[in-house]
Design a binder for this molecule. Sequence first.
Ligand SMILES: Nc1ncnc2c1ncn2[C@@H]1O[C@H](COP(=O)(O)OP(=O)(O)O)[C@@H](O)[C@H]1O
Ligand SMILES: [Mg+2]
Length: 247
Amino acid sequence: MQTLIEHSATYYDEVFAPLDRDHHLERIGGGFETEVYCTDDKRYVVKLKSDLGGDLDAARACIRRIRDTAEQFTRCLGEAHSIPNTYILARDGVGRVQGLVIQPFIRHAHPLGEVDLTTLGPDEREHVAAQLSEIVWRSLAFYRSSGYMPDLYGMISTGHDERARRSRPHTLPRHLWDFVMRRNILRSCNLLLTNSPECRVVLVDYDLVRWNVLIRRIYFAVRWVLGWRDQLLIRRMRRTGVRKGEQ
Ligand SMILES: Nc1ncnc2c1ncn2[C@@H]1O[C@H](COP(=O)(O)OP(=O)(O)O)[C@@H](O)[C@H]1O
Ligand SMILES: [Mg+2]
């Protein structure tokens, strides 16, 4: 049951009670699984996966899994490219316990895929390319030791309805095509690039796909190959600022 009530760009949900006096938070975005809100003082983002709500034990087990994965991905990428995650369990308006993930709000930053890298100066572009290359090397090394890796790409959605539409089986071929041909690290929504002069690349999405073991293995093997392709794209971006085919 949907408990969010749209009120211009802010949403009401009792699950926000530990964070906000009137239980309204502004929605700033959403990806494939998560609704992303920010606190009134714009210091933190609050991430809610309402699909995962349940009783206290289920919610606690779920948030522990999310925390363990985030800790591993933070170790994988290192402090320079990751942010702290804090977790809260709270009850929503229909009595389900939900896990909330709190992160610092990375302001003055954009998802990498929205940045025109040709507008960066040569030193900034070099700095961004070096960070991206390190992130991919670290992810590939992590895959060799664990069999999985952080999602360096990500997807954007307008909300619950769009996610439900995308999950229908007949959309699968298009997703596979998009995944292999269109998504790459330079189009990432999970990596944010802070504005000049800092130009720091930071991962904001620490989720692990929730698929069965076999599909997950195939998915990460493909991602491993795409990681090598990403290294080639980064090398090209380092020289020209653009992706192949976009000149
Ligand atoms: N800490 C953050 N600071 C600023 N923007 C964020 C932060 N976390 C997420 N976002 C924005 O919200 C979008 C979706 O967040 P994400 O955690 O990737 O959701 P999902 O798990 O659904 O993919 C990101 O692409 C980014 O634009
Ligand atoms: Mg994401």
